[in-house]
Design a protein around this ligand. Structure first.
Ligand SMILES: [Zn+2]
Ligand SMILES: [Zn+2]
Length: 175
């Protein structure tokens, strides 16, 4: 496989983590991994992975569309978390993931590896967008309500599970 970013550079096998083989470019340090290998490797890991580290990483993220190193088709970009701006490239034809330089380590450090295969699906992307929308709405109301928002938020959580929630909502709207 050739690196699709660096002309003339072949991808060489490398152990990204003990037991996880990827094909890496020696020029840009990007790496291509078969999703199947990644899923299998994750299953072999202890249930409680080492705690997330806040170490700052040197991370590249190529913004434009990337071609798959295996089949040269265009890859699809996927969000990993709403807290991380980097997006991973996935080839649906080969079930192959591309990590730009530092992306693998950044995802490991953020404690996002275990859920990664689930995130790299259309359902996973929808869930991320929905969480992002809720977070933005919450931030809007936190600002609009101002002081006491925490109490309102706590009350809202309590109300959600209350068997008489409809009556309580009607009561709150009484003049
Ligand atoms: Zn390269
Ligand atoms: Zn491909």
């Amino acid at each position: 496989m050739q690196c699709q970013t660096c002309a003339g550079y072949a991808l060489k096998p490398v152990e990204l983590a003990p037991g996880l083989i990827a094909a890496q470019c020696s020029k840009c340090d990007g790496a291509s991994i078969a999703m199947l290998n990644l899923r299998f490797w994750i299953e072999q890991q202890p249930q409680d992975p080492p705690s997330a580290s806040s170490e700052v990483m040197d991370v590249d993220d190529v913004v434009g569309a990337r071609q798959c190193a295996k089949c040269q088709r265009l890859m699809t970009k996927y969000r990993v978390s709403n807290a991380i701006n980097n997006r991973l490239d996935v080839c649906h034809s080969c079930d192959e993931v591309w990590f730009d330089k530092g992306e693998w380590q950044a995802i490991v450090n953020a404690g996002l590896i275990t859920d990664l295969p689930a995130k790299l699906t259309d359902a996973g992307q929808r869930a991320l967008r929905e969480a992002d929308r809720l977070a933005r709405e919450k931030a809007f109301f936190a600002q609009a309500i101002g002081e006491g928002f925490d109490r309102v938020d706590e009350f809202r959580d309590w109300l959600r599970d209350h068997p008489n929630a409809p009556e309580i909502r009607r009561y709150l709207l009484l003049d």
